[in-house]
Design a protein around this ligand. Sequence first.
Ligand code: BGC
Length: 244
Amino acid sequence: MEVLGIDIGGSGIKGAPVNCETGELTRERYRIPTPQPATPESVANTVKKLVKHFNWQGNIGCGFPAVVQNQIVRTAANIDNSWIGVNAGALFAEKSKMPTVVSNDADAAGLAEIHFGAGKDEKGVVLVVTVGTGIGSALFVDGCLVPNTEFGHLLFKETIAEKWASDAVRKKEDLSWKQWAKRFSEYLQHVERLTWPNKIIIGGGVSKKSHKYLSEIKIQTEIVEAKLLNNAGIIGAAMSAVSI
Ligand code: BGC
């Protein structure tokens, strides 16, 4: 089945139709810069533009950078505060006139990695950590997702973990990759002690730069980079909307 997958991020909203049996994009992905301010109305209009671009008729799955519980946005760490309490699924469905499901962006990316990427056929506990502006997490047990784990929001080093160890912080504080890897290792050690995963998969913006830091990460769990890189969010979002 083909589903339109959309990945809503702080700087860009990207989408493509996805073959959910193979995990492949069936058309070239299309990106529209995220409108500023990224209010529910302006983001919904951008989703509508993507739907129009692909002339899409069918199910739509969206990954969204916040806690999404029963389609309702519950947090707004790196998005406009006016999202809190909004039924994002209903809003996008109304704009696009198509059945739409919204899930957390890291959960979506994780789903794609578990089915088609670095977590394929992996049993037991697998943790996907996405690192970009924020830190997202997706926890799987025998391939089943525990949604909205939000390990990027653990209290750590007297702050919120993503405010200390995200890629945005690395850039802002001008940390070398080695310095950042040391921080990120400490953070992962903390998460390791809470979840005891068999494998950690690193996704998000930093996954394509793993040659710069992966060998410097000092943890006891096996750690690998995501395989689907930039497309994981789109593919996983589509997968979550197969049956709606
Ligand atoms: C949000 C998460 C999201 C992550 C990555 C965090 O700030 O709280 O829901 O998955 O950023 O976008």
